[in-house]
Design a protein around this ligand. Structure first.
Ligand code: 13P
Length: 269
């Protein structure tokens, strides 16, 4: 029986280590100005670098209108897995919460690759975020050689079960998942709509093992060189609930265009 529950559509921008304060302000200004008019049912999420989170939260709350999804959710790009302690240079979930940050990306492949984050660590971050009432955006995805030798399903399945396996089904149901094939990130290579939908459908099945029927309503976002030129085909996938955008999120016009495309595709499906 087809489930009545449907995942909401989300377009999230991960600014990574880009922008200075002035650029971040201008980008937020443009996004908030667009969002305020409440033109869209699509939820916008913006993940600026840590130093600009407070500015982004202020800007987003000052412009929250009353229309459809006129509010922008501000996310951090990472957090520490411990509550607090002697971890010089790190940022805790409590700090983020006290700034008014509502969500946090965890397990991005760049964190895994350059900072040695494992799914055990990422799983602890997810649990801590949920404990404090923040929305985790959990990233998974295979590397190029894992795609080429056909192991991508096994890799993604292991990531999901290791990071989310200790959570209750109700907790898993609160997570946003982002599928970001590493070979497509920042490379200009994008998964084809068929490749993306195939993995998203597989992820939905794995989430069903962890969250039961509530998995139908878990947003699964695609990330990896997603831009206005290729987004319509990707967003059309039945298990693709929007995107996690890197490069194209740094230009207000292209990010807004991605919001429009997501709205068009999902309202016609
Ligand atoms: P690009 O869109 O630049 O490939 O980055 C995707 C990404 O890593 C978003 O988190």
């Amino acid at each position: 029986m087809a489930s009545l529950m449907k995942a909401r559509t989300i377009v999230a921008g991960n600014w990574k280590m880009h922008t200075d304060l002035d650029e971040a302000r201008k980008l937020m200004e443009a996004l908030a100005g667009w969002s305020k008019a409440g033109r869209s049912d699509v939820q916008m999420i913006v993940a600026p670098p840590y130093p600009f989170l407070a500015t982004a939260v202020d800007r987003a709350s000052a412009s929250a209108g009353t229309g459809r999804n006129s509010s922008i959710i501000i996310a951090a790009q990472n957090c520490h897995e411990e509550e607090q302690g002697a971890f010089t240079g790190e940022v805790s979930v409590r700090m983020l919460k006290s700034l008014g940050v509502d969500a946090c990306i965890v397990g991005h492949s760049e964190r895994r690759q350059y900072y040695g984050e494992t799914d055990t660590i990422v799983g602890r971050k997810v649990a801590l975020l949920l404990k404090h009432g923040l929305q985790p955006i959990y990233c998974c995805g295979e590397r190029r050689e894992e795609r080429e030798d056909g192991r991508y399903r096994d890799v993604v399945s292991a990531q999901l079960h290791e990071a989310l396996g200790a959570l209750t089904p109700g907790e898993v149901a609160k997570v946003i998942v982002a599928y970001e094939p590493v070979w497509a990130i920042g490379t200009g290579l994008t998964a084809t709509p068929e490749q993306a939908q195939e993995v998203h459908g597989f992820i939905r099945g794995e989430l069903r093992l962890l969250a039961g029927e509530a998995a139908s309503a878990i947003p699964i976002l695609y990330g990896g060189s997603c831009k206005p030129e290729n987004a319509a085909g990707i967003f059309a996938g039945s298990d693709i609930n929007g995107g996690l955008i890197g490069g194209a999120a740094l230009v207000a016009d292209s990010f807004i265009e991605l919001m429009r495309i997501a709205q068009q595709v999902k309202s016609s499906s």
